[in-house]
Design a protein around this ligand. Structure first.
Ligand code: ADP
Length: 250
């Protein structure tokens, strides 16, 4: 399936996209992650993007569209993808439609994840990310502990959590404003194309996951990863369950 998750910062797009990537072997494509990776690597593109990211503004379309075009050209997205954090304005949405039309792979569904503003601010201030595996946690969901008592699958040690520099009170206000002004018009854009579904994205993560799966028409009894498992003794390597998929590096 080719999916766009639409929603404000903190609405849980990344958490659900990571879950779908793991359960359904569907690559998560997060422009936020790709941009943060470029910043961390010190590429010229990262340097250009950094100021806008630190200020909570949108990075230039030319940069973001270049990154997306490259990512959509990779072989692993031919079986579907979950876009998370892209598109973020009308120009990007129109450009995405054109790219996918060229690839002969139009979007199947756009899910709007709806969360109250007060809850968004609370979530963003509590958000922490593992430096190593990229999993996102929330201190409020784990009783202030940060990550649950489990080991990081990448380092086999405790998760090393950090707070994203743009998850501060001032930048969050700007990001929410940018969402209202630039991204929210996409709701009508995709509704007009008959692609939009909405879910209430508040409450426990597992409940949101159930609502999202229902909106996507996914049945719990037929997970893709299981259906594609080769018979015992088959020569072909099992399809990696999200290994090699870029992870969020929040
Ligand atoms: P969140 O959804 O919590 O705001 P992201 O990780 O998606 O976090 O994005 C972080 C920042 O990266 C944004 O505030 C913006 O500066 C930049 N960014 C991410 N995706 C895009 C995009 N599609 N277009 C422009 N800028 C983007």
């Amino acid at each position: 399936m080719r999916i766009v998750l639409l929603g404000a910062p903190g609405s849980g797009k990344g958490t659900q996209a990571q879950r779908l990537a793991q359960e359904r072997a569907t690559p998560q494509i997060s422009t936020g992650d790709l941009l943060r990776a470029a910043v961390a690597a010190g590429t010229s593109l990262g340097t250009q993007a950094k100021a806008a990211m630190d200020a909570g503004r949108l990075v230039d379309d030319a940069i973001v569209l270049g990154i997306i075009a490259e990512r959509l050209g990779a072989a692993d997205v031919r079986q579907g993808f979950v876009l998370d954090g892209f598109p973020r304005n009308l120009e990007q949405a129109v450009a995405l439609n054109a790219m996918l039309a060229k690839l002969g792979q139009p979007l199947d569904v756009v899910v709007l994840m709806e969360v109250d503003r007060a809850e968004l601010v609370r979530r963003i201030s509590g958000r922490r990310t593992c430096r190593d595996c990229g999993r996102v946690f929330n201190v409020s969901a784990t009783g202030g502990a940060g990550a649950p008592d489990e080991l990081c699958p990448k380092e086999s040690g405790p998760h090393r959590l950090y707070q994203r520099p743009d998850d501060n009170e001032h930048t969050v206000t700007e990001r929410l404003k940018v969402y209202e002004d630039k991204t929210k018009p996409l709701v009508e854009f995709y509704r007009g194309q008959g692609l939009l579904r909405s879910i209430k994205a508040e409450g426990p993560i597992v409940e949101v996951a159930k609502r999202l799966d229902a909106a996507l028409g996914i049945s719990k009894r037929t997970p893709v990863a299981r259906r594609h498992r080769p018979p015992a003794g088959a020569l072909s390597a099992p399809r990696a369950r999200n290994r090699g998929t870029p992870k969020r590096s929040r």
